[in-house]
Design a protein around this ligand. Structure first.
Ligand code: BGC
Length: 395
């Protein structure tokens, strides 16, 4: 069956296609969302109350992938992946349009996860995810990207939203300040994230800003500057009430609690006391408290089932041999970690392996990167099937 957005929405709401003078979507939405305005307390863990929504966009990607699979047992397990909650990436001005379908079938007990990802000069330390806005286009980021998202969230007061703010941006300012592209983007990143914090500070929203991972801001020398960078931007935004904390391991590969840690044998391991994400969250949260930033985390476990695959900790592109990890849950075993979530939609590429492409990044050509791989964000069927076969727990 070809699952369309409308049919997913209808199934979720248990609606039937009866003749009516309201449109099907309005009818579905009225049944799906809460009966009254949602007010989220960012001093508490919203994931203990709300389930991360399995959004219609990922559902439809997975439905298409299922159709392409011939092996019947793989097909059966693949069909379950679309039911996993994950974040939807609004990665361009045009893709803000994805919001409308995604919001239409969110039941009151669910929270819709959205990734805010279109900063000017995006992905300043790599090429694969360079965005549509130039480093000097902050006014467009505000008026053509953030403001329309704000309007859409305001138009849906009865739905809960978890926003993941701008992956990689502030961590790049901390550790890649020597690159001219990151220097150029510094003002737009800081003012852009502050504008996002301030403008998206709505009662039905909680926000988590990206903080890299243990192998990035977890180095002993980076913990304090990293925490201070996040805090500086937060304070510049007026310390908005709906900022709950930060996100780690987004689109990443690190284990939550492997001991002593995947890269603990490396010659430089002595300079990093955060050899897994659990330790990183514990230590970075402490640094954030000192710096005056809200210190609860969400952690991406979407693709971290298999370790021992990367040649180096910093290898980030389409790691070969990876598997789907732990499903979203608020049971993390660490009070500072609100939830394990699926941030990167597994099956979407991290970057092209085509050496002739404008956005080709050499990390996507490394021996540990899966090839061939399409442009960042594009679907890679073979990679999806690999993640599925290597999933832990299995589907
Ligand atoms: C890409 C985005 C995409 C996201 C999720 C990023 O690497 O640049 O376009 O939406 O991954 O797949």
């Amino acid at each position: 069956m070809k699952v369309t957005t409308a049919s997913v929405a209808a199934m979720a709401a248990g609606a039937i296609a009866a003749p009516s003078n309201t449109t099907p979507r309005e009818a579905t939405k009225a049944q799906a969302a809460c009966a009254s305005a949602v007010s989220l307390d960012a001093k508490s863990n919203v994931f203990s109350k709300y389930t991360l929504h399995a959004n219609t966009f990922f559902k439809s990607e997975v439905a298409k992938a299922v159709e392409a699979i011939t092996d019947s047992s793989l097909k059966t397990s693949a069909s379950k992946v679309g039911d996993v909650g994950s974040f939807l990436w609004l990665d361009s001005i045009a893709n803000i349009a994805k919001f409308d379908d995604a919001v239409a079938d969110v039941p009151c007990e669910n929270i819709l996860g959205l990734v805010i990802y279109d900063l000017p000069g995006r992905d300043c330390a790599a090429k694969a995810s360079n965005g549509e806005l130039k480093y000097n286009e902050l006014p467009r980021y505000k008026s053509e990207y953030i403001d329309p998202i704000v309007a859409k969230i305001k138009a849906n007061p009865n739905t809960a939203f978890a926003l993941l703010i701008e992956p990689d941006s502030l961590p790049n300012l901390v550790t890649n300040a020597d690159l001219s592209t990151c220097q150029e983007s510094k003002t737009a990143y800081e003012e852009g994230v502050a504008y996002a914090f301030k403008s998206l500070n709505l009662p039905n929203v909680v926000m988590y800003v990206d903080a890299g991972h243990g192998g990035w801001l977890g180095w002993d020398a980076n913990l304090k500057p990293g925490a201070e960078e996040l805090s500086k931007v937060y304070k510049a935004a007026g310390s908005p009430s709906q900022v709950r904390g930060y996100a780690t391991n987004i689109a990443g590969w690190n284990s939550w609690d492997e001991e002593p840690g995947e890269f603990s044998d490396a010659s430089d391991a002595k300079y990093n006391s955060c050899q897994n994400e659990k330790t990183y969250v514990t230590k970075f949260s402490a640094a954030l408290s000192t710096a005056g930033f809200p210190n609860h985390a969400i952690v991406d476990t979407g693709r971290n089932a298999v370790t021992g695959l990367r040649e180096e900790w910093g290898d980030w592109c389409n790691v070969n041999g990876a598997g789907f990890g732990v499903r979203p849950t608020a049971t993390t075993g660490l009070e500072l970690a609100d939830a394990f979530i699926w941030g990167k939609p597994g099956g979407e590429s991290d970057g092209t392996s085509d050496e002739g492409a404008t956005r080709y990044d050499s990390y996507c050509g490394k021996p540990d990167a899966y090839k061939p791989s399409p442009e960042a964000g594009e679907w890679n069927q073979a990679y999806f099937e690999m993640l599925l076969k290597n999933a832990k727990p299995a589907f």
